[in-house]
Design a protein. Structure first.
Length: 240
């Protein structure tokens, strides 16, 4: 029987779950920790910190895998998985920030897989939207199912900020929107020659969910990323 303390070295608990743990242990139900892994968008917070908001990606860890959501131009699931806290699988612009222990789930790993299949129907790659359906909306919805808790509001503050600053969405680097791990999955599911679309993949006219600024600048590591510049914006391919 657990004593109520978190046994995961990189997270903390509120210390309020001892009675619940005892009751669940008595029922002999499966109890799997649910962890929210949060990532800085690496260099991006250097810009957004000036307007008082951080830019974060998040994934939900359960049964040894971390699940997240990103965008692509195709009408199938945008849900993908990586090894927990392996930011390199997301891309150079992602940097692991911290983990939060959200609670426990009594769903089995097989049931979790079925839940992800169902969530994938709602969180399709071509339905991504920065303000209403981004990676943090996915982890919040997934966490609600697994633990009955949402993720902390500050993790998704960019979505609320975007409703007040409409041009912000039009000037996001497309690399934020289709993580490397998701792009690899898309390429396996829907192999097509690259025509300059989302993260190297497109369908004819590309994505219509996002606009990317026409001017760009080279950042550390040689990444080209569209930023807010004086030049206008044009519809281009991107999703996340």
């Amino acid at each position: 029987m657990m004593n109520g303390s978190c046994k995961i070295p990189f997270c903390s608990t509120s210390g309020e779950g001892e009675e619940i743990e005892e009751a669940i242990s008595a029922l002999d139900l499966p109890r799997e920790p649910v962890i929210l892994n949060i990532y800085d968008m690496f260099w991006t917070n250097d810009y957004t910190a000036n307007v008082g908001v951080g830019v974060y990606h998040s994934g939900l860890e359960v049964y040894g895998r971390e699940y997240a959501y990103g965008g692509h131009p195709f009408p199938f699931s945008g849900v993908f998985d990586i090894r927990p806290r392996e930011s390199k699988e997301l891309g150079e612009q992602f940097k692991f920030k911290e983990s939060l222990h959200l609670g426990y789930t009594d769903f089995t790993d097989q049931e979790v897989e079925k839940l992800l299949d169902e969530l994938g129907k709602e969180f399709r790659g071509d339905k991504y939207h920065l303000m209403s359906k981004n990676c943090n909306h996915f982890t919040g919805a997934f966490s609600q199912i697994l633990t009955g808790r949402d993720i902390p509001a500050w993790v998704n503050r960019l979505a609320y900020m975007s409703t007040c600053v409409p041009f912000l969405q039009k000037c996001l680097p497309k690399e934020w929107l289709t993580p490397v791990a998701l792009q690899s999955s898309v390429n396996e599911t829907n192999p097509q020659p690259s025509t300059g679309g989302c993260g190297g993949s497109s369908t004819g006219g590309g994505c219509d969910n996002m606009s990317i600024c026409t001017e760009s600048t080279t950042i550390e590591g040689g990444q080209d990323a569209a930023l807010t510049v004086s030049g206008g914006c044009t519809d281009d391919s991107a999703a996340a």
